[in-house]
Ligand binder design. Sequence first.
Ligand SMILES: Nc1nc2c(ncn2[C@@H]2O[C@H](COP(=O)(O)OP(=O)(O)OP(=O)(O)O)[C@@H](O)[C@H]2O)c(=O)[nH]1
Ligand SMILES: [Mg+2]
Length: 269
Amino acid sequence: MAARTWIVMPTYNEAMNIDGIVRATTAELERLIPGEHRILVVDDQSPDGTGEIADALAHELGTVEVLHRSQKTGLGHAYLAGFAHALANGAELVCEMDADFSHDPRYLGDLLGGAKHADLVLGSRYVAGGGVRDWGLLRRLVSRGGGLYARAILGVDVHDLTGGFKCIRREVLEAIDLPSVRAEGYVFQIEVTYRAALAGFRVQEIPIVFHDRQHGASKMSARIAFEAMWLVPRLRWSVPEALARAQEQAIPAPPGPGVGDQAPTGHGS
Ligand SMILES: Nc1nc2c(ncn2[C@@H]2O[C@H](COP(=O)(O)OP(=O)(O)OP(=O)(O)O)[C@@H](O)[C@H]2O)c(=O)[nH]1
Ligand SMILES: [Mg+2]
């Protein structure tokens, strides 16, 4: 039977974390939805051997797959490749999750429960009951400030736009024109949630407590934070344009004279 729920877990140099997080996540999923889950590790040739450890897990557990990408072209690309693979293999619900234990598998029950009613369920640090542990003041300010900035610019009622622990229903991923998403890192997270909200899908936030990684190095940098600042305003016009284009392509064009036999794509070459 094809698994309905897929966890897409991108990795880059997570050799210290991957075994533990995959086992803990698998155990939680088996408790919640026995036999209906897959974890897809998307590894970009991590030099520390994460991909090989993931392969061994896939061999041992049977509910884990590994997508090896030949180049590290960024978190957004890794997610898009993972989404495409999950959808092509029958996923009805696709969840994003980090491999560094920042996202605790114990919240999966709340996320999956929320997805029974909502279209995108977001693990949120900035709603009542949520929070962040072990981050210094600067990191907290950047995260909180960045989130509030994006919320103000984009005008959506979401408290944790940069969050990356979320479950998204197939219908959403199919409707938001994923191939045109160019953003990486934080902006990728903002853009996916913004596209879903703007397309009219129901976004629900459930509280999570986020923990800083204990092992391995952070990929966060000042450059990534500044880049996000000037990319967010662009989403205000690029996203509505992309959604309109996607909608146009989804509506079959009425057959005109002499073109009745052609495929009803309506957008030609
Ligand atoms: N495949 C792939 N995974 C990545 C890439 N960059 C980050 N990741 C993984 O994506 C997940 C989220 O990464 P981040 O949380 O943004 O980065 P981080 O290094 O954990 O930095 P922190 O913000 O300090 O937690 C982790 O599992 C990373 O290993 C990338 O370019 N390709
Ligand atoms: Mg992290």
